[in-house]
Structures are given as C-alpha cells and as structure tokens.
Design a protein around this ligand. Structure first.
Ligand code: TUI
Length: 314
C-alpha cells in the first residue's frame, strides 16, 4: 500500500484519522499512529493549553508521525498556530476555511500542511500556494460539509492537481479504501469509523448511537446559515429543521448550535446534542481497538483487490 502519501508522511499505511473537534484527542491519535496510520488531534474545541497538553501526550505515547487539525473558525486559531509551531508538530490538516499563507509559514519550519477541501477551485489555488497534498472531503462526511460527493469530488481533484489526493467521506472499510484508490486517491481519511474504537474518548452513548444508525440516519442541518452540518437525526436536528422551516434568522439558529457537540461528546446527551457522524455510520457494527480496525481494513482492502483482479481476468 505504498503511495506518495505513505512516502511524504513517513507512515506504513495510507490511512489518516480525521481530526475531529472534541472527539480526536491524544488517546485516539496516538493509537492510530502506533497502528501505522496518521493519528490527528482535533484542535477545534480545545484551548491552546489543552492542545499543547494533547500534543505532548501523543509525543509521549508514540514515536510515529502524527498531526493536528486546525479548525480555522476556532476563536483560538492564532494561538493554536503558535502552539503547533512551538511543539514542531510534523503534520497539520486544516478545515472549515482557506489556510492560504499558512502553508509557506509552516513549510519554513518543516511542518507539512494538508488542507481538507470540498472544491477543486480552492484545491488548485492551494497547490499553487505550496500544498504537498490535499484531502478531498465529500458530503458523506460528518460535521461541516461541502456540496459534492466523494465519488465525484475525488476524480475531479485527481485530474486537476499534480499533488496526491487523500479521499474522505463515506469510507469505513477495505472496500471503501479500494474504491477511493480506483478513483485515483493515494490515501484515505476516516473519522466516523475511528469514533467507534476503544481508544476514542467520546461518551459511550455517542458510540452506541452510531452503532444503531442505518443508511438514512444522518441529516444535514444549518444549510440556511451557509454552513451545513451532518449529524445523526434526533430531537436537536428536528428542532433545527422546525426553526429553518419557520425562516428563523441565522443568529438564532447559530445560537441553538452553540455547545451542542460538546453536549453529545462529553455529557452523552445524544437527544439534545449534536452527534456529528458520516453517512457510513450504518456500516459500523462494532466498537474495536484501533489496531484491529486498521489491520482488518488493510487486510480486507488487499483481499478486495485480489478478488477484483481475479474477476477482471475471467
Ligand atoms: O472542518 C470540517 N468539518 C468540521 S469542523 C467541525 S468543528 C465544529 N463545528 C460545529 C460546532 C462545533 C464544532 C465540525 N466538522 N471539515 C473539513 C472541511 N473544510 N470540509 C470542507 C472544508 C472547507 C470549507 C470552506 C474548506 C475550505 C473552505 O474555504 C472557504 C473559502 O475560504 O473559500
């Protein structure tokens, strides 16, 4: 499974764990890096001090490369950037915005920036700005999403760019990895699958809600604010839908959203909290140790490839 992504990132498998605000803390990120993928701390939701602590914890738990996801809309974004620089984090992924000049600033101190993007136009601009790889995130993903599916976004990014593309959104097993590779991706990022791991520190109600989900359990809310978010359908999403239906102003809708993710992740309130999760939730039936998730996915991907090869020959 060697690709330009395993070479650039110096990892065994081209598998990244999505940096999820409130969800991917040191225990999950270090477990993924120890298992041969790239574990990523989600800085969104953390204070600068908490981010520094988590980075130090990951460094203590693994010698393998790891990353930090900077949520560009975080009120602490400038402080987070300073922490990442001071701690010499090897890889930074960015979300919910345009990292622009950050790419050069980080490159000067050997920090690799990989933007998470949902449009080809911005990807081309960031390739020109020096990005070494991009993550193409389809609308199947959990959390803040764009408007194009993984199936359509990945090949269009691959054709438009010279740098390697990592696919994200709608992948949770070996078949999904092979599908993304068939589209030209050289790596895959997964979020929801890693939420259902022993090492992920979210409340057990959050994990159980994903295990119970089916193909149609997620909805997007907040479309009226210009920032649609995908999460599991519950009392909160119905409240959002009702408000949006009434044409309630953007500020009121944003007010309802404040603190909701933390309520689900930390307090386990999966009825009134925001259970961000991808459309692939319906495929996840088990909470497993990270190593088992990674090893079985890699094994299944290789087997799927063999089966496909065999079928093509016949
Ligand atoms: O960042 C995400 N997904 C997220 S961040 C997040 S944090 C949070 N959200 C709500 C409440 C509390 C916490 C949850 N989910 N995905 C990465 C991603 N970024 N996908 C698409 C984009 C993106 C969007 C706009 C990238 C660039 C962009 O640029 C706009 C521009 O300036 O052109």
């Amino acid at each position: 499974m060697r690709t330009r992504i395993t070479d650039i990132l110096d990892i065994r498998y081209p598998l990244l764990q999505g940096g999820m605000a409130w969800v991917s803390t040191a225990s999950l990120a270090s477990a993924v890096s120890e298992s041969g993928g790239l574990g990523i701390i989600g800085a969104g939701g953390m204070t600068p001090e908490e981010l520094r602590e988590d980075i130090r914890e990951v460094k203590a738990l693994t010698n393998h490369p790891f990353g930090v996801n900077l949520m560009l809309l975080s009120p602490y974004i400038n402080e987070h950037i300073e922490v990442v620089k001071e701690e010499c984090v090897p890889v930074v992924t960015t979300g919910a915005g345009n990292p622009g000049s950050l790419i050069k600033e980080f490159a000067e101190i050997d920090i690799l920036t990989i933007p998470v993007l949902s449009s080809v136009m911005l990807a081309k601009r960031l390739e020109r700005a020096g990005a070494r790889a991009v993550i193409a995130e389809g609308l199947e993903s959990g959390g803040h999403i764009g408007e194009v599916t993984t199936m359509c976004l990945v090949p269009q990014m691959v054709d438009a760019l010279g740098i390697p593309v990592i696919a994200a959104g709608g992948v949770a097993d070996g078949r999904g990895i092979v599908a993304c590779f068939a589209l030209g991706a050289e790596g895959v990022q997964m979020g929801t699958r890693f939420v259902c791991s022993h090492e992920c520190a979210v409340h057990r109600h959050y994990k159980e809600a994903i295990l119970k989900a089916t193909d149609r359990s997620t909805v997007t809310t907040g479309g009226a604010t210009g920032h649609p978010v995908r999460c599991l359908r519950n009392r909160l999403t119905r409240k959002f839908e009702e408000m949006e239906g009434r044409g309630v102003c953007r500020e009121e809708i944003e007010k309802l959203g404040a603190g909701c993710l933390k309520r689900a992740v930390c307090d386990g309130d999966v009825n009134e909290g925001s259970v961000m999760a991808g459309q692939i939730s319906g495929l996840i039936h088990e909470i497993q140790p990270v190593r088992e998730i990674v090893e079985s996915m890699v094994h299944d991907a290789v087997q799927t490839m063999d089966t496909l090869n065999q079928q093509m020959k016949e």
